[in-house]
Design a protein around this ligand. Sequence first.
Ligand code: FO1
Length: 311
Amino acid sequence: MKIVALAGGVGGAKLAHGLAQILEPGELTTIVNTGDDFEHLGFYICPDLDTVCYTLAGLANPETGWGRSDETWNVMENLEKLGGPSWFRLGDQDMATHLERTRRLRVGEPLSQITKAFCEAWGVKHAVLPMSDSPVRTMVNADDGELAFQEYFVHRRCEPRVKGFRFDGVEGAEPAPGVKEALDLADTVIICPSNPWVSIDPILEILRPPFAQFDGAKSVIAVSPIIGGQTVKGPAAKMYRELGIEPSAFAVANHYRGLLSGFVFDRRDAQLVENIKGLNMRAYVTNTLMECLDDRKQLAMEVLNFIGEVL
Ligand code: FO1
């Protein structure tokens, strides 16, 4: 079975990690959102790409989900003493990633190639691709004006009310090398439990125009990031509410309506099963909360079995 997983940050990385425990390298390609990339302190930072790579490498910080485990913060502490910006926390080990990525980008190496080289260095065996080598920037239209994604997410702690989103640069951006090939070969695309508005929509915007078959011939399965009306992490539920939609697994299924052959959601939302089937997709109910490594593997196994039923 060949699988393409679409992922944003922490939730997506956890399921990709579960899939990587089961699938052979060569059977799994994870395509990652780069809409929340930004330049900060002179570094080119790719939070979701790093979260996915660190997680697959077993290097991710288990408390935050982002950044490195066993991290030290010497640079940040000294930066703060000098009055430098410290709202975006960069650990010492993590900083090496941004330093080297920025250096390579400056000498003309594309992001996809840099990611491949980093994955090799970290021992990540399954392919990880940025959605595009061209910069795409998620912009949050909030009640007090438009904000760059990290400004909204980290600096303003998701406090501004959202009115919509714009993916700056998406029109001119091509999928990264390897993305089209992976999709052509894939039996199934799994949309990981990431934020539909700001993690998955940017990837879909990049993929849709050149991949007509993506809207029909391939089976596409999504896993809900919303459990019992809430998100495990991040502002997806708050975003749904502010956009006038009741946050629920049904709202997520409805968001991807027309694209999905199957939808996986949590036991706590089992009462939504008939409504979800009414969206013309198969439904699978299980425990989707990934609290430990075994949960990741268990959910991945169940999603793969469900794909077997759907195909
Ligand atoms: N998220 C935070 O909430 N606060 C931080 O200081 C922070 C630093 C950070 C550094 C590197 C990195 O790769 C990610 C980091 N994140 C931080 C997470 C990240 O900005 C968001 O989780 C994603 O952009 C949303 O998927």
